[in-house]
Design a protein around this ligand. Structure first.
Ligand code: AMP
Length: 511
């Protein structure tokens, strides 16, 4: 079943209903689209995609801000049977090139600001097609919409038939190696997870309105926020960027019922919101990074609202959630979703552990991806038979609620965005002034963690000169959120018996 078929079936109902809109930071509606308008745009874009010669299974990259073409473009790529590859517009040219290269993208649909960054690379290599989003609006290459709209049989013909395990979406995670890894999610992975999470666990329906302030290249804002909306038929109001005051005002003016955020957002909302601001709200969901017990409690005390925390990964979408109706426990990520198995294993012996024992969290179910794109080695390392090894350390409490207590892997999570130390380290590898250096996360009151670079300098090097030089490199080579916030010069780096730098101990090794 092509997930696009489900989205289109939903769009065929209630043609005039507004499904998506975007508001400015001043609270004005910038654009809004009805079911019919989205359908029309899907058909235009689908026609362009087919004209470009895209066939089932090919990868099509997309990088849009939250404009009115964003959603129709996603649906059209899926309907063509192609695989959507969302590109984070914050990436530098070099980082984008790595993703495009790995995914072997055949077509990229991007807006102007991104086009400038990818075009040089694109035209120098083999990618055959680059289309600016703007060109769709004036495209002469449009189906005769009147013939198609309102006629379900004709619309069905537009949707490419796929098998349930065929890929729908390819998202790139940093992983621990620093090489971007393509996580291919199938039509089945997405449909199964949206059904058990959005529809069954959170009971989201047409009466709900989501305020969307998350990025649209990540599984959280894209999979749950956008695909969730198309699946469950709630409506969605986009904010291009998160701003706590704008969120509070929008909740009131738009009568919002749902918000999905990362913990950093909640701490900022807490600072600016008044007690009476959230009377229309039904559900605040938190994920992507640990929500502190303190923040959970403060939110409860100030607003009488209990944030619902859930846990997931790009590779598995969502695994567990605190219950909508039952007890939401602070410091836990709740209970396994329907159709998802979660167990805690000893990562060395592969023994299943009991409640109260800490080990690695393993996941099995229809939500689990099949493997990393063209990367057998990483795929093999990530699975034990059909169990996906998350790399997270967890423990079940006495009621079966899961707590995430740490990470075996060394990812740094800055405000909900994952960064692997090695992808930061690699940009400094040609610099001559180090004896050795390594990157690790340090606690940060605002964003949870921050990137820090620890270096042992050669004798005679001037710390401030080196720091300036490193900052210049980071500014050029790394997306802003990946740049080190601290450059710490130390006497030596902690190493284990195998000579490997122990990143987890770095913070204790400051001079
Ligand atoms: P991503 O693939 O970017 O979604 O990142 C997945 C990682 O985020 C997981 O492996 C966890 O380490 C972390 N994560 C996601 N949700 C939570 C949560 N509620 N609590 C703690 N860590 C989380």
């Amino acid at each position: 079943m092509n997930i696009a078929q489900k989205f289109l079936d939903n769009l065929l109902q209630k043609p005039e209903r507004i499904l998506f809109s975007a508001i400015s930071s001043g609270g004005h509606i910038i654009w809004q689209t009805s079911h019919t308008e989205i359908l029309e745009q899907v058909l235009q874009i689908l026609s362009c995609i087919k004209k470009a010669g895209i066939v089932k299974g090919e990868r099509v990259a997309i990088s849009f801000s939250k404009n009115s073409l964003l959603v129709p473009t996603h649906i059209a790529i899926l309907a063509a049977g192609a695989v959507v590859v969302p590109l984070n517009s914050a990436l530098t040219e070099r980082e984008m090139a790595a993703v495009l290269d790995k995914a072997e993208v055949s077509l990229a649909i991007v807006e102007d600001r991104v086009f400038e960054r990818v075009s040089k690379y694109a035209f120098n290599t083999t990618y055959p097609w680059w289309v600016k989003g703007e060109s769709f609006q004036s495209s002469k290459d449009i189906h005769s919409l009147a013939q198609v709209l309102g006629n379900k049989d004709r619309l069905d013909l537009c949707v490419e038939q796929v098998e349930e395990n065929d890929l729908a979406l390819m998202l790139f995670t940093s992983g621990t190696t620093g090489r971007p890894k393509g996580v291919g999610l199938s039509h089945k992975n997405i449909a199964a997870n949206l059904q058990s999470l959005i529809v069954e666990a959170w009971k989201i329906d047409e009466g709900d309105k989501l305020l969307h302030a998350l990025p649209v290249h990540h599984i959280h804002g894209l999979g749950l926020g956008i695909y969730g909306t198309l699946y469950a038929k709630n409506s969605t109001v986009f904010l291009e960027k998160f701003d706590p005051t704008v969120v509070v005002n929008a909740v009131r003016s738009e009568k919002v019922t749902l918000f999905m955020g990362v913990p950093t957002m909640y701490s900022r909302i807490l600072d600016v919101a008044e007690q009476s601001d959230f009377t229309t709200m039904r559900l605040f969901v938190s994920g992507s990074a640990p929500l502190s017990t303190e923040l959970f409690r403060k939110f409860q005390e100030k607003f009488g609202i209990t944030i619902l925390e859930r846990y997931g990964l790009t590779e598995t979408i969502i695994n567990s959630t605190n219950p909508l109706d039952g007890i939401r426990k602070a410091g836990t990520v709740g209970l396994a979703l329907n159709g998802v198995e979660i167990e805690v294993f000893d990562p060395e012996t592969f023994q299943k552990l009991s409640r109260g024992q800490t080990g690695e969290v393993w996941i099995r179910g229809a939500n689990v991806f099949a493997g990393y794109w063209r990367d057998e080695e990483s795929t093999k390392a990530a699975f034990h038979h059909d169990w996906f090894r998350t790399g997270d350390l967890g423990v079940f409490d006495e009621d079966g609620y899961l707590k995430i207590v740490g990470r075996i892997k060394e990812l740094i999570i800055v405000g909900g965005s994952n960064i692997s130390p090695s992808e930061v380290e690699i940009v400094f590898e040609k610099e001559p002034y180090f004896v050795e250096y390594a990157v690790a996360g340090l606690p940060d009151a605002d964003l949870g963690e921050k990137v820090a670079l620890f270096a042992v300098l050669r004798e005679g090097e001037d710390e401030s000169r080196v720091r300036r030089r490193l900052q210049e490199i980071a500014d050029k080579e790394l997306a802003a959120y990946k740049r080190p916030r601290e450059y710490l010069f130390v006497e030596s780096l902690p190493r284990n018996a195998m000579g490997k730098v122990e990143r987890g101990k770095l913070k204790y090794f400051m001079k």
